[in-house]
Write a protein of this length. Structure first.
Length: 257
């Protein structure tokens, strides 16, 4: 860019609704990418990640992986928490069970915790993971996820004859915004959504003083976009690829349109 004025998001405020893993209120890596395009960033996480409702069930499942051919992790949050869960369960290694991640961001979190990733689909979606996972009919996959995980992965694997089970690795809950945060959110040029849960959290903020469904939203992938359309959002832009960089590109397009 030749000058600050030529940045595509200059003069616009874009909301980041992902939980801020950096803890600095700046929207994490997504916030950095948006600011590089000139945006003011409003960090308003719409979901919280809590411990699983039944930690003992999780630990028991991780201790006994007999008959489990694949462990599936489908979010960066899952990637961050799996190492902790294995340590809490007293599991030193995966004992030959292969590990698959939905995308590079998830794989990066797993590798940072010493967990090698055996498979990564070319497209970072549950649909692609379910279709491309190199599992054979009769094999079994254990999905480590939240209680709100959609059934896309289950359906794709079942259609291929792969047994699917799910364990709650973490619990997803809606965040509570104060009045000032609601006012600030109402004034943004676009809202970024990185999950269907975030879309649900945004829609749930509707009230007599705020109609979130009128806000332009940028969705990280087709599943998140479909969730937003289903909830009634009137302006949804889907990222050209399911990544943070793609989400920034969608935010630029949402602002322009």
């Amino acid at each position: 860019m030749s000058s600050a004025d030529s940045l595509p998001l200059q003069g616009h405020t874009v909301a980041v609704t992902r939980p801020d893993s950096g803890g600095d209120g700046g929207g994490g890596r997504l916030g950095e990418l948006l600011r590089a395009q000139g945006a003011e960033v409003l960090s308003v996480p719409l979901i919280r990640f809590l411990p699983p409702a039944d930690p003992r069930a999780l630990w028991s499942g991780l201790r006994d992986l007999r008959g489990v051919d694949w462990l599936l992790v489908t979010s960066p949050q899952g990637g961050r928490l799996l190492g902790e869960a294995l340590a809490a369960a007293g599991v030193a290694d995966l004992a030959g069970t292969r590990l698959a991640a939905v995308g590079e961001a998830t794989a990066r979190e797993l590798r940072a915790r010493g967990l090698p990733v055996d498979f990564l689909p070319t497209t970072a979606t549950a649909l692609s993971l379910g279709r491309k996972l190199p599992a054979q009919p009769g094999q079994a996959a254990l999905h480590l996820t939240s209680q709100l995980s959609e059934n896309t992965l289950r359906g794709e694997l079942a259609a291929r004859g792969v047994t699917y089970r799910r364990l709650e690795l973490y619990h997803t809950a809606p965040a509570v915004l104060n009045a000032a945060e609601r006012v600030a959110l109402a004034g943004v040029s676009a809202v970024t959504l990185a999950s269907g849960s975030a879309a649900q959290g945004l829609a749930a903020l509707a009230g007599p003083d705020f109609d979130p469904l009128r806000l332009p939203v940028a969705a990280i992938g087709e599943q998140t976009a479909a969730a937003a359309w289903t909830l009634g959002f009137v302006s949804v832009t889907t990222a050209p690829q399911p990544s943070l960089e793609g989400l920034v590109a969608a935010a630029i397009k949402a602002v322009r349109s």
